[in-house]
Ligand binder design. Structure first.
Ligand code: HEM
Length: 409
């Protein structure tokens, strides 16, 4: 039989152990809420398929505007509301302005982290290339490689040209790429900064936005008609619009803004923390990848009525003038905001207004004369593009072909 003293000692020890566990539990680092991780791989399995920003919206409904998860030990925090994104990327920009480094762990871990942060799907192309090219049907590999090289050259050539001139003369004529290269931080990671310039400033982003505009014209014909009525009334059909007309065309302005909101080209804005931080009692360690979910914020029902609909009117006052709501988040926020945003906005506007002025864009017809269905699907990737769709584009008038030809000359 145990003596009562032994029992008392045992109970005291038990109580002390309980207190210790309780204290360390209350003092533990509390990450923001998020899905339960599996040991070692974290939440890697949750992100295998589909657009990751949509998964993050699902998690937002369950866990709130700030969600934490891990992938192979890497901390990832997603910001799903403007308030939280503004608090961290703008107000604490000194901590939240690094770019995430994808750790060189193994291929699988790296692939999933890229998918989580940039929605970048690493193609299993290396596996494909194990098949020898002399096998029947494998000749496409050489063509594929040529395509990859050409695409890379198209992206890199303008930057390389600017760089060569800059190195040779120390001076170059004005261009956006040269401004950016000239302003590069000499203490920063030069390769990384150059990559950012090539990647985000490439024609990719603006082409994607203009294609989205054509898609919207096809799917929402009444918006194109209204814009064309405005252009005809202000400019007529004898000349192409130019930047001097911009203020007089509020509906076209609203249409351009809606393109940026409706299908944000970068759905996720990947930043990283350079120091440990605590936000609303949540611990966010140094090196965390912090993603502002631009898609979720630009489709937030609390801010935008019927966010899935393409509605340029949301940017108009009741008297038809343009309001102050610009979807600037499409260009990021904080210190890393897109330095090419004014240039890009102008490029998109002039392309869209010119297309509207000279072309009618409608759904294409099949052999039976029925409209061909447009799915409006988008590629999943760091820069999102509309997938190829069919539409019918024809000049609006007899003068239109001449105007287009004059532009070419
Ligand atoms: C529709 C066109 C464009 C869109 C939607 C766009 C959007 C963005 C976004 C969302 C970012 C990341 C911001 C962040 O992390 O908070 C970015 C970064 C950047 N953009 Fe753009 N961009 C466009 C066109 C351009 C153009 C035309 C240029 C240059 C001529 C450019 C240059 C850059 C550069 C250099 C960065 C990296 C900035 C940094 O990391 O500090 N972008 N852009």
């Amino acid at each position: 039989m145990l003596s009562s003293l032994t029992i008392q000692l045992f109970l005291i020890c038990l109580f002390a152990a309980f207190c210790k566990i309780f204290i360390s539990w209350t003092q533990r680092k509390r990450y923001p809420p998020g899905p339960t991780p599996i040991p070692f791989i974290g939440n890697a399995l949750d992100l295998r398929t589909g657009a990751s920003w949509l998964k993050y919206i699902e998690w937002q409904k369950k866990y709130g505007d700030i969600v934490h998860f891990t992938v192979f030990g890497v901390h990832i925090v997603v910001l799903n509301s403007m308030e939280v994104a503004h608090d961290l990327f703008e107000k604490r920009s000194q901590i939240y302005s690094s770019r995430p480094q994808v750790p060189t762990v193994n291929r699988l871990a790296g692939t999933i982290i890229l998918k989580a942060t940039y929605d970048y799907d690493v193609e299993p192309k290396n596996d494909l290339f194990y098949l020898p090219e002399w096998l029947p049907g494998m000749g496409f590999q050489a063509k594929y490689r040529r395509c990859v090289t050409l695409t890379r050259e198209i992206k890199i050539a303008p930057i390389s040209l600017v760089k060569t001139r800059l190195q040779a003369t120390g001076k170059i004529s004005h261009s956006v790429a040269s401004d950016l290269l000239g302003n590069m931080n000499p203490d920063g990671n030069v390769d990384e900064e150059e990559d950012a310039i090539k990647g985000v400033s490439g024609a990719d982003t603006t082409v994607s936005a203009v294609t989205t505009g054509i898609l919207a014209m096809t799917l929402y014909p009444e918006t194109l008609k209204r814009a064309q009525r405005e252009i005809d009334a202000v400019i007529g059909r004898e000349r192409l619009p130019d930047f001097n007309d911009r203020d007089a065309l509020p509906y076209v302005e609203a249409f351009t803004r809606e393109i940026l909101r409706w299908r944000p080209i970068l759905a996720l804005l990947p930043h990283a923390t350079s120091e440990d931080d605590v936000y609303e009692g949540y611990y966010i360690p140094k090196g965390t990848m912090v993603l502002a979910n631009a898609w979720a914020i630009l489709h937030d029902e609390k801010i935008y009525d019927a966010p899935e609909d393409f509605m340029p009117e949301r940017y108009l006052n009741s008297d038809g003038s343009i309001n102050d709501d610009y979807p600037s988040l499409a260009f990021g926020l904080g210190r890393r905001i897109c330095p090419g945003r004014s240039f890009a906005d102008a490029e998109i506007w002039i392309a869209i207004v010119s297309i509207m002025a000279v072309f009618d864009v409608t759904k294409a017809k099949d052999d039976n004369g029925s409209d061909i269905h447009v799915t409006a699907d988008y590629s999943i990737g760091s820069i999102s593009h509309p997938l190829p769709f069919k539409c019918h584009i024809q000049p609006r008038s007899e003068v239109a072909p001449r105007l287009i030809q004059d532009t070419g000359n």
